[in-house]
Design a protein around this ligand. Structure first.
Ligand SMILES: O=C([O-])CC(=O)C(=O)O
Ligand SMILES: [Mg+2]
Length: 588
């Protein structure tokens, strides 16, 4: 097997994307960090021949040209035909469409990602509407549930309690050094599916695929991590094929120490500006981690902050359909966890900003229901800290339908993780109170959605403005076609992350979230409103992400949080120029 070193194998066609982090280009045009802190225990050489075909970052399969086949010792290792990347995409999408079962499509996509990264991203970008539900929600949820049995190649980095005291060493085993985004989970609350332990790894992998496909962050700068402290899922603990630690979850000091070591090691190995996205942690850890690390690291909780930004954007655009200003509306949530309280807080911030009113004043229009009923002041003592700001004066109300009748919300938001909780009486009560009730069923995956699109439209006789976390197909009701929106944080986090990275932002700030949300809302046009949409279609998501990135970066410069100087003049153009392209490069 032939491998050539850096000097004997070069690339003719290095793309001219600017480098968005410190470092140098290697022969393939990939950014490589130079700082000593990134030194790995092994050296990087560039593969040729058989090794090149097995390297997903550089493999092009049948698209290797005759010249490349000669120069890189590929003769005989490929059938004689040479085809273009476009033909490869055509072939792959046909293959994927032949699978009837979503999980089979998912596995085919993961297999492609491990074989030919450029083709995987080209396919995903060119067919984003069709493939998003395959590599992401809802199919990724099923993949996590079955991860032990479908597991083929290890992807991402696993850090378990076994690695305690050695996390820095583990990070250095990862082949890429210039990491800009980490998505990390501990698997305790995977979508609305609960504790899936180590099998939650599907989530960071899926999220980071979207960072690249939707936000243009280079795949080599993305690192998916699962922290395994055990699982309380009895089914998994008793499963032969479970891939994680087979004991109950570590908590308290043991948990906090592992997380502290992890956070310290990330900063030490990747520097101050690495973005750490917390994903699908249980409530009790999610809020604490964000609070603990917000002043020392660049941290972002997608479930609290990303979801909040996307939902606020949807509500702001919905105002074009229902009328009134944001401050005129009344909001009722079912579910008072990360998503519910995160959205509530961002809505309050935006109203406060728009009306120049104090937060506790505007908060009075925002009500939450949890498993014990309406959150009211008489419950304050026993409430978790993140629910306390929403405990208003009111008599106790147990059932959601009664809360709807008494609070009279104009917007009903489901963040409960519990499917079918927006029952017919609840939705009908919303319709009797509002000409156009806004109903957002945000829990994922589809099985956990508070109601279906069909139910929302049918039970409101076509009057609902409806969006959901997981995708639903268009619904025909009395001869009219209704297109539900997908209020999923996938609209926000890729562009948001790109904005932070390209401006070298060092800390999170609520102003950045509001900027992202406003940028998304500004991408909804009259043509969309005419079709009843409150979100733009995903087809243009890269353009949308560039706008979000630019607005976030602008705000970061304004707040003095951006370290990339001088500030680029046209931040939209700059964002676009930073974006990873999945098109093959020529190898000399
Ligand atoms: O992953 C998704 O589709 C949205 C999300 O963050 C969650 O439901 O936890
Ligand atoms: Mg999540």
């Amino acid at each position: 097997m032939e491998t050539s070193n850096v000097s004997s194998s070069t690339v003719a066609d290095i793309d001219d994307n600017p480098t968005i982090a410190g470092g140098v280009r290697d022969v393939y045009g990939e950014d490589r960090a130079t700082e000593d802190q990134f030194v790995t225990p092994w050296s990087v050489t560039v593969a040729s021949g058989y090794t090149l075909l097995r390297d997903p970052h550089f493999n092009k399969g049948l698209a290797f040209t005759e010249k490349e086949r000669d120069a890189h010792y590929l003769r005989g290792l490929l059938p004689p035909t040479v085809i273009s990347q476009e033909i490869q995409v055509k072939k792959m999408i046909q293959n994927i469409r032949q699978y009837q079962v979503p999980l089979q499509k998912y596995m085919a996509m993961m297999d492609l990602q491990e074989r030919n990264e450029g083709l995987f991203y080209k396919l995903l970008i060119d067919h984003v509407e069709e493939l998003l539900p395959v590599v992401y929600t809802p199919t990724v949820g099923e993949a996590c549930q079955k991860y032990g049995s479908i597991f083929m190649h290890p992807q991402g980095l696993y850090i378990s309690l076994k690695e305690k005291g050695r996390i820095l060493e583990v990070l250095r085993n990862w082949p890429e050094k210039n990491i800009q985004v980490i998505v990390v989970t501990d698997g305790e609350r995977i979508l609305g599916l609960g504790d899936l332990g180590c099998q939650g790894m599907g989530i960071p992998i899926g999220k980071l695929s979207l960072y690249t496909a939707l936000g243009g962050v280079r795949p080599s700068s993305c690192l998916p991590i699962t922290i395994d402290v055990g699982t309380n899922n009895e089914k998994l603990l008793n499963e032969e094929l479970y891939i994680g630690l087979k004991h109950r979850r570590a908590t308290g000091k043991e948990y906090a120490e592992l997380l502290e070591e992890f956070m310290t090691a990330c900063k030490q190995n990747y520097g101050e500006k690495v973005l750490i996205q917390f994903e699908d942690f249980a409530n009790h850890n999610a809020f604490d981690l964000l609070e603990r690390y917000r002043s020392t690291h660049l941290v972002f909780n997608d479930d609290i902050q990303g979801t909040a930004a996307v939902v606020l954007a949807g509500i702001v655009s919905a105002l074009n359909l229902v009328g009134g200003s944001l401050g005129d509306h009344r909001f009722l949530f079912l579910g008072a966890g990360e998503a519910g309280t995160g959205i509530a807080e961002l809505i309050a911030l935006e109203i406060s900003k728009r009306t120049n009113s104090p937060l506790d004043e505007v908060s009075k229009n925002i009500w939450l229901v949890d498993s014990k009923g309406l959150i009211v002041s008489s419950r304050k003592e026993s409430l978790q800290h993140f629910k306390k700001p929403w405990a208003h004066e009111h008599e106790p109300v147990e059932k959601l339908v009664d809360a709807v009748k008494q609070i009279k919300p104009t917007v009903l938001i489901g963040t409960s993780g519990q499917g079918r909780t927006f029952t017919q009486d609840v939705v009908e009560a919303m319709a009797s109170l509002n000409k156009k009730p806004i109903i957002l069923a945000l829990s994922n995956p589809t099985s956990q959605s508070e109601c279906t699109a069909e139910e929302a439209y049918t039970w409101t006789q076509g009057h609902a403005i409806f969006a959901s976390g997981s995708p639903f197909s268009p619904v025909e009701y009395e001869g009219k076609v209704f297109v539900p929106g997908q209020a999923n944080n996938a609209y926000i986090f890729p562009g948001f992350g790109l904005g932070l990275i390209m401006s070298g932002t060092i800390r999170m700030h609520d102003g950045l979230l509001l900027a992202a949300s406003e940028a998304l809302a500004s991408q909804v046009t009259q043509e969309h409103y005419d079709r009843g949409l409150i979100y733009p279609p995903f087809t243009n998501i890269r353009k949308i992400s560039a706008h979000i990135a630019a607005k976030v970066a602008t705000k970061a410069y304004e707040l003095g949080l951006a370290t990339r100087l001088p500030q680029p003049k046209d931040l939209v153009k700059f964002a676009e120029s930073c974006m990873y392209s999945p098109n093959y490069r020529s190898y000399r």
